[in-house]
Design a protein around this ligand. Sequence first.
Ligand SMILES: *Cc1c(COP(=O)(O)O)cnc(C)c1O
Length: 397
Amino acid sequence: MTDQAILLAPPLNPPQRVLLGPGPSDVPPRVLAALAAPTIGHLDPVYLKIMDETRAMLRAVFRTKNELTMAVSGTGSAGMEAAIVNLVEPGDEMIVCVNGVFGTRMRDVAQRAGATVHSIEAEWGRTIDPQQVADALKAHPKTKLLGIVHAETSTGAHQPLEEISDLVHDFGALLVVDAVTSLGGVELKVDDWKIDACYSGTQKCLSCPPGLAPLTFSPAAVEAMDRRKTKVQSWYLDASMLRQYWGAERVYHHTAPINMTYALHESLRVVLEEGLEARIARHTHNHKALRAGLEALGLKYVPEHSLTTLNAIHSPAGVDEAKVRKRLLEDYGIEIGAGLGPFKGKAMRIGLMGSSSTKRNVTLVLAALETVLAGEGVAVGRGEAIAAAERMYASQR
Ligand SMILES: *Cc1c(COP(=O)(O)O)cnc(C)c1O
């Protein structure tokens, strides 16, 4: 064999999966096709127009008029990091709400950026109570910003934001919101809810491959950035420079992920063609049907207040959830997620995000779960899950 024959990997052949985990979600063929359009330069006038259109559509999906709205290179975590490093200077005080993996990650990012972080904690699966926010703001009068996760993908908890936003703004601080698993799937109103920095990812409810992080900053957040005395700790994520590329100046900062921008552009077109209200309603209908089916299988939800985009359920007693997930993947090509943190080995997470949120997928995953759980010795009424889901669909017509 020649050296080349040894080094040459076989051609790619990824399987077709049904992506019902915590992200990525199923990507529509037209979004995948957009990735294959010709790569052009990041300063090509045609590309600059695509950026402007992408930005205008992002504003529509975020429901904001914020001038500083863009797609940051990198996944949702890059959006988190960009939101925080641009607003935090060393020694600034930040309150971070922690009730799952992503609040924990936000706290870590803020500490690394040099913030003095005060945490508000809630049990995983529960939401943050506005009273906790009021108390924390009183206890820490120098707080500059408060960070909170709207859709805590690790537990499925859906965090109400409006009351907390009022508290934060009455106090005079900025509000940073993680909307990675809500943007494009769950109601989110950046301007009405007075969110100062809001970030997301492409691979959850926008149903685009991972690789970009939609991010928007309010005028108050931009003012806070303009008042900085120190440079942003991250060169790559420094919004003062990114702004000059996304803005009229078009100053080169780093080479934009051109083809990913095409994919995001197409996925935003998919979202806006469907309409945000209709899309949110679709997520609600499919979630309610799935929930009825899961409950008919005797499964119980982890969070009190569940997202429609992510369904976290306790594993039935005595069932090895890893085996259940393995069988779903191997026998049916369905990916669901494992439990995290305190729920590791104890919960399963079924995502119904973006293009993955369909009646077909609800029916498929319920039928497959019923079969797999029955194989694991769980007493399930055969056919009852799908019947319950069907009744829920009928009642929502
Ligand atoms: C997925 C997720 C992130 C991180 O996004 P990546 O794309 O994995 O970097 C952050 N926050 C929440 C709530 C998420 O669900």
